[in-house]
Design a protein around this ligand. Sequence first.
Ligand code: SAH
Length: 219
Amino acid sequence: MRPSEDSYLHKGMRKTLIEEIGRKGISNLRVLEAIQAVPRHFFLDSAFTKRAYEDRAVPIGEGQTISQPYTVAYQSELLDPRPYEKVLEIGTGSAYQACILASMGAQVFTIERQKSLYDSNRKFDFLKTFPGIKFFYGDGFKGLPTYAPFDKVIVTAAAPHVPQDLIDQLRTGGVLVIPVDEGALQRMMRLTKLEDGSFTEERFDLFSFVPMLQGKNME
Ligand code: SAH
């Protein structure tokens, strides 16, 4: 069962969490406010309520995880979505990252390849408080050509390479934040698309994500 009550105790735990994330180096206030605003324990079974506010990843079933809050904050800070920007997310998972981006004002389009995770989000009532998030079942390597161009794209699974389709679906000046495989870990990269279709690359820290897999999974 998912909890649906957000008490002063939960809000207090989130305050402690954002202080911890702040100490680890996240300074974007809009990101920290979004983490304060979105009740992370709603995304997990009630057995995990205390763990929801520890700075670590938690399993959500189907071998997938809800990313560590620090990682969500780190990617959100690099993406820095502005109100009304169109953001494409690859790897909906628990939908926590999508809610953080929506809480920052972005119009979020999010794709999940695992049918069971996509279906469970359709039954997750809290998500109705973010009617601007559009959920898709599909293969994130292909993006969402029908809805392109996007201002920003965020990949929340370990990418073996930078998918060309995702670059193609960015507007000029748009940015892609993506963890790219580098041995056992992934290098967080930020690509900015230039007018001629090429891009500049910035390299950030190493992280550990679940793999980005080809194709859709029907289960
Ligand atoms: N953003 C998520 C993180 C989930 S973990 C959150 O906030 O909880 C990464 C997710 O990416 C998993 O759910 C996995 O099934 C999904 N995924 C992996 N490869 C994918 C692909 N090619 N297209 C779409 N989703 C993918």
